[in-house]
Each structure stands twice: as C-alpha cells, then as structure tokens.
Unconditional design. Structure first.
Length: 244
C-alpha cells in the first residue's frame, strides 16, 4: 500500500502546483513611500483560481478552492474577504457555492479598492493623481494594474523629483569669536588702591590716619604719659629721703 499518498500531502500539492508558474516569475524591485528599494507586493487575480465548475463541484473541491482564496486574502491583508470566507466555511454547501459564484468577487473588489486607498499614506503628487484616476475607474482590472505596476511607476516619479540633501559639511565654523573689540565698548579704568601710605615730602602726601589706627596711637601715648609721671614721682620721693 505504499502507493497511497496522505490526504495532507494532496492538499499541499493542490496549493503548490497552481502557484509554481507564479513563483518562476520574479518581479523587479520597486520603491516604497520613503523612496527605499523594496520587493514589490504582487496582487493576484483571484478569479483565475477558480478552475472548477462551481455548478457541479463537490463540497471537498469547493472547500479546497475556498481555503486557497483565504490564504491569498490573508497574505494581502484584505479587511473584508477573510471574514466573509470564514462565515461561508461555517455554513452549508449551497451557501458556500453561492458565495464562490458572486459574493467572493464582490468582497474582493472592495478589498482591492481599500488597498488602493491605503497607498495614499505619505504619497507624493504623482501617486495621488494615479490613485484618484484608478478610483474613478472602479474596475478590478484597473485596481490590479495600479497596485502591481502603476503605483511603483508613480512613486519613481515622485522620488526622482525630490531634492537631494547635501551631505558636505561647511568647512568654516560659524562660531569664530571676533578678536577686534567693538567701538562702543566702554573700557573701565583700573582702580588704584587708596590704602597705600604717601611718601613723606611728596606732593599730595598720604591720607591722614583716622579710625582705629588713631585710637591705638592715642592709647599708647596716654600709657607712656602715665608711666613717665609715675617714674617722676618715684624718683622724687627717693631724692627727698636721701636729703633728709
């Protein structure tokens, strides 16, 4: 029984085989809103996923198709389609069949329009003009063409029109101080000390001694007078005793 393949492997092959041609095609890089080179985000035409006859398809075939569409919707961060698909997967087979016939494309169209509007964030004038043009068309083909090619062409024009900032710093510093004083600057005179004693006999001699120095000199003079008077009296007494 080695020829039997597990059911999980069959489901994986069902996803990989249709996607093989797309993987072989490599998209050229593009620019994001910040003018940085990035890998392009490719929006696939989900209608091409439907390769079965929905009127005669079995429940298993429809659910397998639905899961593949769900994976693509989640990869593109669609806001509407994933929730709508989950509701149909939880419902009946007839409900899922009707959704794959009509409801799926309606929800997908809304998601594509939302994706176009999202590109207006930090957009330049060329991107804004291209976005408005495709929104006015309102067709799935227009949305896909813009998201896969038109957006990147418009961004390239916007980035090319931006001025290139100069990276060379100025060689002359702007903070060099001026060595020449201003003509209006007032130079304060150098103060001279008033405490120096004047030379004797000189012109305009020193200032008179006042304050605490005068009191000290007077005290010393008074003490000397007292000592002199006391010495005179003592000497006189001794002389009078010697005469007697």
């Amino acid at each position: 029984m080695r020829w039997k393949v597990p059911a999980g492997a069959i489901v994986a092959l069902a996803f990989l085989i249709p996607a093989a041609p797309a993987m072989a095609q490599t998209e050229s890089p593009g620019l994001n809103a910040a003018c940085q080179t990035v890998e392009r985000k490719v929006y696939k035409d989900i209608r091409e996923f439907v390769t079965i006859d929905l009127d005669t398809a079995t429940t298993g075939q429809m659910r397998l198709l639905t899961y593949r569409i769900l994976a693509e919707a989640q990869a593109n961060s669609f806001p509407v389609l994933p929730d709508e698909i989950q509701k149909r997967l939880d419902g009946s087979t007839d409900d899922l069949r009707a959704f794959l016939k009509t409801g799926m494309q309606d929800a997908w169209t809304v998601d594509l329009r939302v994706s176009v509007v999202r590109t207006l964030t930090d957009a330049g004038p060329n991107v804004k003009a291209a976005t408005q043009k495709v929104l006015n068309s309102g067709t799935v083909e227009g949305y896909l063409a813009y998201l896969n090619d038109g957006l990147y062409a418009a961004r390239a024009l916007d980035c090319a029109s931006q001025p290139t900032p100069s990276a060379t710093p100025s060689a002359t510093p702007s903070t060099t101080p001026s060595a020449t004083p201003s003509a209006t600057t007032t130079v304060a005179p150098t103060p001279t000390s008033s405490t120096s004693l004047g030379a004797p006999g000189g012109e305009g001699g020193g200032l008179p001694v006042t304050g605490t120095e005068t009191a000290t000199v007077a005290s010393i003079g008074g003490a000397l007078l007292l000592l002199g008077g006391a010495g005179y009296l003592i000497g006189r007494r001794r002389r009078s005793r010697f005469v007697a």
